[in-house]
Design a protein around this ligand. Structure first.
Ligand SMILES: Nc1ncnc2c1ncn2[C@@H]1O[C@H](COP(=O)(O)OP(=O)(O)O)[C@@H](O)[C@H]1O
Ligand code: SF4
Ligand SMILES: [Mg+2]
Length: 375
């Protein structure tokens, strides 16, 4: 897919709703876990659990787009729902602009919903078929205290204009009268109608045709700059994530295996899983298409995941240490946002893996890395 050139990073002015200041990350997830119990038998006893999200930590700076990639079933949507507090987490903390969410003295959930909204993949089922486009977008604001029905309609028309749907043409239409791209624009408008500071986009363009996908991605970039937004952009499509993200987080079986600036990860992926994902993604150019299984080995199963490094049964470089010890990712919350972290023994000096670099080699490699991106 030929996407237009990536826009320059947006230069931020202080936001009137900043509670933590410009250097405070918009979102921090600290050691977030969600395990789903599996019950079986006559007594419906718990026999196992799905470790859908298993100790995930990261931060997203204001005005940044963090891409989240990984195969189906690795926990991306569960993570999105946990960030939105659409389901309870088992452990961990979520901090929005310096305020812990859902805790005593923290940010109440209704404030979170105003600050953070979500856009899903399935643009049709998330729209009420009996509501017109304008009613659908006006619904959220009309439920806010102090906002009249008339004001909610004004907000809806303004947002529809912003997402490229002229209200005089589209406002009175019903979802079945819209194309896939138009429906997804309505969903984006609904998310923006509450004036959020952040969007969680879960496979938001995955159901669209490639040409429509590019238009919606451009719209998302334009809206981000215009409305001073921050994005977590979840997708299994590495092309799309490369285009839209400033940084990328790679998930495997509920854990983060690699995180760093997008250009650095795509130019120099260090985790064998990230390398395999990048090697195997189908080129968008028809002449370059390859027909092959995306990755060797069994598909990932988050029920009782493998010991040690969860990727070891599929990793061509696995050694004894890989099945006995879990490689650390490093402290994603303390590391600078231009830092590239990898949870693999081959990336950690003196780890005991035969391909581990020495400290000197590691220093040489980081000196040769591309310059950090602008803030
Ligand atoms: N409500 C649930 N109950 C039990 N298991 C679930 C539930 N939601 C998701 N899972 C399981 O958690 C794992 C991660 O799912 P999901 O977060 O949807 O992954 P992704 O979005 O990356 O495809 C999968 O194995 C899925 O079957
Ligand atoms: S730690 Fe070992 S098994 Fe895991 S990705 Fe690295 S080399 Fe492969
Ligand atoms: Mg999903």
């Amino acid at each position: 897919m030929e996407h237009p050139k990536k826009p320059e990073p947006h230069v931020r002015d202080p936001h009137p709703r900043d509670t933590g200041g410009p250097a405070q990350p918009m979102l921090i997830a600290r050691d977030v876990k969600k395990h789903f119990p599996i019950h079986a038998g006559l007594l419906n006893r718990q026999v196992a659990e799905v470790k859908a999200v298993d100790g995930v930590s990261f931060s997203v700076m204001k005005g940044e787009t963090l891409g989240v990639v990984g195969e189906s079933g690795c926990g991306k949507s569960t993570l999105a729902r946990l960030l939105m507090h659409l389901m309870d987490k088992d452990e961990g903390e979520i901090i929005l602009d310096g305020l812990s969410v859902g805790t005593y003295q923290g940010m109440p959930l209704q404030d979170l919903r105003r600050s953070m909204q979500m856009v899903f993949q399935d643009s049709y089922s998330s729209l009420n078929p009996r509501l017109t486009v304008e009613d659908s977008v006006a619904y959220g604001p009309s439920k806010q205290p102090g906002i009249s029905k008339k004001k909610a309609r004004e907000i809806a028309r303004d947002i529809l204009e912003k997402v490229g749907l002229r209200p005089s043409l589209f406002g009175a239409r019903y979802p079945h009268e819209l194309s896939g791209g138009q429906k997804q624009r309505v969903n984006i408008a609904r998310a923006l109608a509450l004036d959020p500071r952040m969007l969680i986009l879960d496979e938001a363009v995955s159901a669209l045709d490639k040409s429509v996908e590019a238009q919606v991605l451009n719209l998302l970039n334009a809206l981000k700059a215009q409305l001073d937004l921050t994005y977590v952009f979840i997708s299994h499509d590495l092309h799309v994530v490369h285009y839209i993200s400033d940084r990328v987080l790679v998930m495997y079986l509920g854990q983060v295996v690699e995180i760093g600036p997008v250009d650095r990860i795509y130019a120099d992926p260090r985790h064998p899983y990230t390398r395999a994902l990048l090697d195997c993604q189908l080129s968008m150019h028809p002449d370059d298409r390859v027909e092959q299984a995306p990755l060797a080995g069994d598909p990932p199963n988050p029920v009782n995941p493998p010991s040690g490094c969860r990727f070891h049964p599929r990793c061509p470089f696995a050694e004894e240490i890989c099945s006995s010890k879990m490689p650390e990712l490093g402290d994603t919350l303390r590391a600078g946002r231009d830092q590239h972290l990898t949870a693999c023994f081959m990336a950690q000096p003196n780890s005991g893996h035969s391909k581990a670099p020495t400290q000197a080699e590691l220093l040489k490699r980081s000196a040769a890395a591309p310059a950090p991106m602008e803030a």
